[in-house]
Design a protein around this ligand. Sequence first.
Ligand SMILES: Nc1ncnc2c1ncn2[C@@H]1O[C@H](COP(=O)(O)OP(=O)(O)OP(=O)(O)O)[C@@H](O)[C@H]1O
Length: 300
Amino acid sequence: MADGLPIEFHGVTKRFGGVTAVDDVTATVLPGRVTGFLGPNGAGKTTTLRILLGLVGATTGTATIGGTPYRSLSTPLHTVGAALEAASFHPGRSGRNHLDVYARAARLPNARIGVVLDQVGLTDAADRRVGGYSLGMRQRLGLAYALLGDPAVVVLDEPINGLDPEGIRWIRTFLRELASEGRTVLISSHMLGEVQQTVDEALIIRRGSLVYSGSLSELEARSASWVIVDGPDRPALAAALTAAGFTFNAGRQGTIVNGGDTAAVGHAAFVAGVELHSLHRHATTLEDTFLSLINDGGLS
Ligand SMILES: Nc1ncnc2c1ncn2[C@@H]1O[C@H](COP(=O)(O)OP(=O)(O)OP(=O)(O)O)[C@@H](O)[C@H]1O
């Protein structure tokens, strides 16, 4: 494997006639991390990945792997392995046979076939016809194909789509391992929940434009939290909160205090001698934050 290589997008724009599928995307995808490329259907993920892999030209801007556009890579299969769309394999041929055809065409050593079959857990099924494979097995075969050249960069379009819970668990561990070996791993998904436990970094795209680029934990930290507090004497409670410097407003179930610190709110009431009947913390989930980004294009 070549040492970790970053993927870099600089002002990538793609127009199809009057449709701007990708709009001025600039981002860096780092080695040693799993990066999720997230957005709803039609947001421009596949088009961006196709541009990265030299399958379609950008209208403007550049996409590079280790500083080089895909088409100028000297050893493309050693540099980047990709599985876009559910790969269409001939149903009558075996998994091993498919890999053999690709390995020969790319002049890769035959020994790689056994290695990748083993890596994706398909050794036992390798000589069966692909027509009899489950969707999960076909996904694994696509992954085996992507790994044939022992690439530094792995790009997978919706790799979790359609997998059963066992398959999802397996691929999560597998992708994390690829990243821990120092590879750059970029996977697309239209659902954050699907990849939340797998990715370290997120690029979120909405209608062709990047609306978030950063770590998942930073995104999580942006989630809003608040405390709902109530007691028999609401005016006294409001005075206690004001004295303690909280901002708040009246809600149906009590006073809604900005910030999620129940202890601080309880303490403010206690020092003012105000009786409380309820004190609860509420917070938006990461999924809420994601949905607000892809629906409104900004965080509320
Ligand atoms: N060859 C094409 N000709 C015209 N429009 C296209 C073409 N390819 C993509 N588009 C349009 O570009 C936009 C982005 O599509 P793209 O497939 O990249 O989105 P996506 O985020 O990958 O969605 P999905 O998950 O549904 O594949 C869509 O509006 C789509 O209709």
